[in-house]
Design a protein around this ligand. Sequence first.
Ligand SMILES: *Cc1c(COP(=O)(O)O)cnc(C)c1O
Length: 418
Amino acid sequence: MEIQYHSAADADDIAIRGGRAVRNDFLIFGSPLIGEEEVAEVVATLRSGWLSTGPRTHQLEEDFKRYVRCKHSMAVSSCTAGLHLALDVAGIVPGDLVITTPMTFAATANVIVQRGARPIFLDVDRRTMNLDPNRVLDVARKLTSGRQSASSGRLRAIIPVHMAGRPCDMNAIMEIARSHDLLVIEDAAHAIESWYRDRKIGTIGDITAFSFYVTKNVCTGEGGMVTTERDDWAEEIRVKSLHGISKDAWRRYSSAGFQPYETIYPGYKYNMMDLQAALGIHQLARVEENLGVRERHWQHYDRAFADLPEVMTPLDEANIRHARHLYTILLDLDRLSCSREEVVAALKAENVGTGIHFTALHLHRYYRETFGYRRGDLPNAEWIGDRTISLPLSAKLTDQDVEDVILAVRKVVEEYRR
Ligand SMILES: *Cc1c(COP(=O)(O)O)cnc(C)c1O
């Protein structure tokens, strides 16, 4: 039977085998699990009259600090804002070079450009999808050897991304950074629950940024957290996340009475609202429970796809704790008579929503045109980017939802099998 899936928009009526989709209703990818506690806390926050940064934000910072076991945690309006602040306090200035991965969301590299610095994308490992320390070492050696031309800028930092929740090889990355005088700023948007060996992510690099975006493992709608062990950077991030003024609004307007303040940096508007923290407090309280649910779904997927040669499942690694943010399969396109886009459209026709994490960032238009990257430059990231599909993995999913995803994937793969 020949079936053409045209586009996601008109795929609805043409599911394989007589138009009957695996599910009747559409399973949205990345839909968060919001409990009644969150609803009640948001309502209580509204009634309290304190909507912006205040007691609930401070509580979330304390709770997060305890969870991560770090010295300082600063709530911000997003992980992107956190990364931008991190690069600011780390002293990244125009002309600097920053190593990062192309297997990430746009924000990781955008903030480098926003500082006037230049991202150096290095290739990843195909199985971990994380930066390959050997390539980082090669480039760190070359760019810090003194042989570089004066115009090429100074290599200052590495931004590793713990892709899908799998921690990078932090021993190797920290070793390279320390021996070449580089800072490590971790993009832990996927990695709230991750551990690298016996260390929690958020306590290893110089600064770490976490995301509480809707689809992330802890959700405040929009929001994020920055952690560091450094007192001076913690204070600077606090001040710069709220205009760069010396007293925050809670302190300015609380019962202690109006306190005078002055501007000490041209800061940003990157503070978290108590309305967001109201969600975060209860989301964080259930973070381990939700991880347990996703671990169960993960194993269910692993078992279900073990006999499908067209589908490569995520690597199982010892000595780490994976945060199970994304369950990404890689399609063996040589065994299928279709593209990844056709598989995505076919799954949509089965009423299963999926995500793509990610198409290699160095090939996005801005990065191609501005920095001259071309297809072929970073083959592993490109290989992953052409084959990857993220399946639904929210703690909100029922066992039946997971069963439906499995049925849909098997049905589509069998249909397109060569
Ligand atoms: C989601 C995400 C971000 C941005 O997080 P926000 O909180 O939406 O700013 C950054 N990096 C990665 C890898 C992400 O997935």
